[in-house]
Ligand binder design. Structure first.
Ligand SMILES: NC(=O)c1ccc[n+]([C@@H]2O[C@H](COP(=O)([O-])OP(=O)(O)OC[C@H]3O[C@@H](n4cnc5c(N)ncnc54)[C@H](O)[C@@H]3O)[C@@H](O)[C@H]2O)c1
Ligand SMILES: O=C/C=C/C=C(\O)C(=O)O
Length: 487
């Protein structure tokens, strides 16, 4: 079973134990650009999951004992393969998930390659210095845990997938990856790349399918020793219950409703352009600062400049390099976003920007939308919309800004815009979030701990934190006594 998308041939079957495997069931991948079906994809049930888990467990016997240098070498080979295929991966991803081709070409796909290179290099340096306990030498080592199940969403499919796949493979785990059913295609190309790189059979497996069937069977599977999930809170709760059954450690990167705080002493141009950037990827970014909090004395000035800049956003076909934002991922997701906006309007809020579908473009294009001063308990202020919908409120004091910023069940990210470095340090220290950007947004370094507090997730990945998750970390204690003379 194959599809040709933007001239690229894609095998849309699963990739299990180093070969293509089909299913009787199929699902369709529909392009958000024009809502046309672009591929029929194999849809797994528990039998295919069983097969993949068994292949991964068999492969683990060898891969788990493969030396660090060899694992790192193969990860670099995969990165080479990604780099050689950037254009093919970019055009397929854009057709499949509707994100900008220009960012796939120049930002996202290079980051996919970097995900592999970074964890390959980190593996070679992974170390904890030995330490002494009354003459006993303590040694710390990282033993791979076994089969890792990785499940990720559609808003940055290959980037979010490989951000988990690369450290799992570097750790010596074998992987069963369940890509998002709304954008499944680049995962299949990645399987080809890993095969060409010479990754042994069964070390990396792709099982395509729906969350409630393939995803659920994977997270319940007793051979799985780690579950790494990026997605929504309701799904996370279902997965946590499945993980509890087998006592499997899990890593969750979930939603957000991050604050974007603008102090009066900010560089206004920088604050406005960074704030308008929160509409990027049509608002389908977990980290987005969707609650803009502006100091009252500059509110009018900020709002005027923000509205002007937001109105200049060019929306359209994401394959056009001059376009700034594309469509939403799917009809159900589009309707969900519109539901939030309609309910906000019914509750009496009037958007000062957008407020509905983009009538000129039709399809899945939704206008960048801004609501002012929703009441404290408004749904639009509390729930993650995951679309191009922002709220703006104002504050009078720093304490009030911090209190408003922290008035959420989420805790993924925060943005602070101020000209005062001391204030930036003081405020970011008090924001309840896994990541706080000061006078910037989305500056990523894979040495950073990445993850969220509260409903935004469990655990951290990045650098050694990733290896801590995919490994059973071990302490070996060597006594000074009792060694044989030959020992
Ligand atoms: N924190 C982060 O790093 C991060 C990054 C990107 C997106 N997200 C979050 O992801 C969400 C959007 O993604 P979504 O709507 O696709 O999320 P989702 O939870 O509906 O789906 C995510 C993945 O889980 C699978 N899934 C669904 N039901 C399942 C089940 N019962 N068992 C196992 N797997 C199942 C899906 O097939 C998909 O692959 C947003 O909340 C967003 O904030 C978080
Ligand atoms: O939409 C969410 C984006 C998440 C980004 C990352 O996981 C990352 O940069 O590693």
């Amino acid at each position: 079973m194959a599809a040709t998308v933007e001239g690229v041939e894609i095998d849309t079957r699963h990739w299990i134990g180093g070969r293509r495997v089909d299913s009787a069931d199929r699902f369709q991948s529909i392009s958000p650009i024009d809502e046309t079906p672009i591929a029929d994809v194999a849809s797994a049930g528990s039998a295919e999951i069983e097969q993949a888990a068994a292949a991964a467990q068999t492969a683990f016997k060898t891969w788990g004992r493969t030396g660090r240098e060899e694992r790192a070498r193969l990860l670099h080979k995969i990165a080479d393969g990604v780099e050689a295929n950037i254009e093919r991966l970019a055009v397929v991803e854009t057709r499949d998930n509707g994100s900008l081709l220009r960012s796939h070409r120049r930002g996202v796909m290079p980051r996919v390659a970097h995900n592999f290179r970074f964890f390959a290099d980190w593996l070679l340096q992974l170390d904890h210095p030995d330490f002494d306990t009354r003459g006993h030498r303590n040694h710390v080592s990282w033993d791979p845990a076994g089969v890792a199940a990785i499940i990720t969403p559609w808003n940055a499919p290959l980037m979010l997938g490989t951000w988990r796949i690369a450290p799992a493979l570097a750790s010596g785990c074998t992987v069963v990856y369940k890509p998002p059913e709304w954008a499944p295609l680049t995962a299949s190309l990645l399987a080809d790349i890993t095969a060409e790189a010479g990754l042994p059979d069964g070390v990396f497996n792709v099982v395509q399918g729906l969350g409630k069937t393939a995803g659920a069977a994977l997270t319940r599977h007793p051979k799985v020793r780690r579950i790494s999930f990026t997605g929504s809170v309701p799904t996370a709760k279902t997965i946590a219950a499945a993980a509890a059954e087998n006592l499997v450690p899990l890593s969750f990167e979930l939603g957000g409703k991050s604050p974007f705080i603008v102090f009066a002493d900010t560089d206004l141009d920088l604050a406005v352009s960074t704030a308008v950037g929160q509409y990027d990827n049509a608002g389908q970014v977990c980290l987005a600062g969707t609650r803009i909090l502006v100091e009252e004395s500059i509110r009018a000035k900020f709002l005027a400049a923000f509205t002007e800049k937001a109105q200049a956003i060019r929306q359209g076909d994401p394959r056009d390099e001059t376009i700034d934002i594309g469509p939403q991922i799917s009809r159900p997701h589009f309707q969900r976003i519109d539901g939030f906006v309609r309910r906000a309007k019914e509750a009496g809020l009037q958007p000062v920007l957008g407020g509905g579908p983009n009538a000129k473009l039709g399809g899945l294009y939704y206008q960048p939308t801004l609501f002012l001063d929703p009441p404290e308990n408004a749904e639009i202020l509390r729930e993650e919309v995951f679309g191009p919908v922002l709220c703006l409120q104002s504050f009078r004091t720093e304490e009030q800004a911090i209190a408003m910023a922290n008035d959420t069940e989420y805790g993924l990210a925060g943005v602070v815009m101020t000209g005062d470095e001391e204030r930036a340090k003081r405020v970011s220290a008090q924001i309840n979030a896994g990541l706080v950007w000061n006078n910037c947004f989305f500056v990523r370094d894979l040495r950073q701990p990445f993850g969220g507090n509260g409903k935004s997730g469990i655990g951290r990945e990045g650098g050694t934190w990733s290896f801590d998750f995919y490994c059973d970390v071990k302490a070996s204690i060597f006594s000074p006594n009792g060694w044989s003379k030959n020992g």
